[in-house]
Design a protein around this ligand. Structure first.
Ligand code: EPS
Length: 374
């Protein structure tokens, strides 16, 4: 079982994670983890903090000669801005943030005590853990990509565009959008929001290719892979909804138009010509590409703030203004990849066992052969 915890305040010494359950014998290239952290920092609309930081991992334990040995892996990313003890108190909770409920819940008198941990900076640790999971999944040919499909009112059109094309185009785009014309409009929309002291949300997709059929289970509610993935994605800061495949449109289509007919060819085995289900049926992966869609609300720190109530004065006042991003949907897409990778890696370990990578490969091969010969 793959599990992890994170720790760290946004302006504390560092962001930390301990990943437990990685099989032994896997080569871990630190540069791959750093590359994921760097992808997380990108995106038009990010704030000044991303120019200050240079997120790089320090692997504190769990590796010997760059290989996993079955021990928990502790990863640290230092914060260059670690000014937490010098930062002033925050007394004007921002609508939409964890600020108000956080101080009430923990009986804190300074909103900073809440916002430091509630900050999306914590996703540094989740992306580092996800990078480990991606390395494991790479051993089985599983690829995870993401792209932004909406920012504000601008929608991209990517129907019929191939997985590899989406990956390549999104990676080159400053807004992680595979539709170049839409990307240009998204950048304009971000500039406009910035100049008006406002923020923007949007929608992104995570696509996962090469997943074998049968991860997850129909037999028990908490083993359903769509439920597991949805929980992981929904727990990313500011994410307000998750769907799979054709998403909420399934509600308006007829059964005959929604379900993906089953085909068979000797060389291919069972397959589908459509993928409205987004690669998941009955709480299990069905072998088709997994398609996850998630919506992110606009960031709640506004340069032109909404009004709130001062926590000491109890008087109406403008909400506090912290340094923040105008739009972080491209970064959220990368984080979506990471948390999905962790859950798929965990499901792979559940299905194939994994005290060593050799054992896991053998079990995987046997199962793939069994499915092929069915
Ligand atoms: C973030 C770092 C933070 C914010 C952002 C995400 O840095 P700072 O608060 O110093 O500018 O830019 O956090 C939020 C949007 C938020 O609401 O907490 C990061 O590393 O991703």
């Amino acid at each position: 079982m793959l599990r992890y915890l994170t720790s760290g305040e946004s302006h504390g010494k560092c962001m930390l994670t301990i990943v437990d359950g990685m099989p032994a014998g896997l080569v871990i290239d630190r540069a791959k983890i750093d590359a994921e952290l760097s992808r997380r920092m990108q995106g038009y609309g990010r704030g000044k903090r991303m120019k200050l930081e240079a997120d790089k991992v320090d692997i504190l334990s769990g590796l010997r000669k760059s290989k996993t040995i079955g021990s928990p892996i502790a990863i640290m990313v230092k914060n260059i801005d670690h000014s937490i003890d010098r930062l002033p108190a925050v007394l004007e909770p921002r609508p939409g943030h964890a600020d108000l409920t956080g101080i009430l819940k923990h009986d804190l008198k300074d909103v900073r005590d809440v916002l430091e941990r509630a900050s999306a900076r914590d996703t540094v640790a989740r992306v580092a853990a996800g990078a480990l999971a991606k390395i494991l999944l790479g051993e089985f040919g599983i690829k995870i990509i993401s792209h932004v499909t909406t920012i504000g009112t601008v929608e991209a059109e990517t129907k019929g565009v191939e997985f590899s094309q989406i990956a390549m185009k999104a990676e080159k785009s400053p807004v992680r959008c595979a539709d170049l014309a839409a990307a240009a409009l998204m950048i304009k929309e971000i500039d406009k929001a910035r100049s008006e002291g406002d923020t923007l949300g949007g929608i992104f997709k995570v696509l996962i290719k090469g997943v074998p059929p049968g991860l997850g289970s129909y037999a028990q509610w908490d083993r359903r892979i769509d439920g597991i993935l949805a929980k992981a994605i929904m727990s990313i800061q500011a994410i307000k909804g998750v769907s799979f495949g054709m998403g909420f449109d399934v509600g308006s289509g007829r059964g005959s138009a929604v379900h993906d007919e089953i085909f068979y060819e000797r060389t291919k085995g069972f397959f589908r010509k459509t993928n409205n289900a987004g690669g998941i049926e009955g709480g299990m992966t069905n072998g088709e590409e997994i398609v996850i869609q998630a919506v992110m609300k606009p960031i709640s720190t506004l340069k032109k703030p909404l009004s709130t109530i001062g926590i000491r004065t109890k008087k109406r006042i403008l909400a506090s203004v912290e340094r923040s991003d105008v739009c972080a949907v491209p970064a959220a897409a990368v984080i979506g990849e990471a948390v999905s990778a962790i859950e798929i890696a965990n499901a792979m370990l559940e299905k194939f066992g994994g005290d060593s990578i050799l054992e896991m490969r053998r079990n995987y091969k046997g199962y793939i052969e069994q499915v092929r010969k069915f």
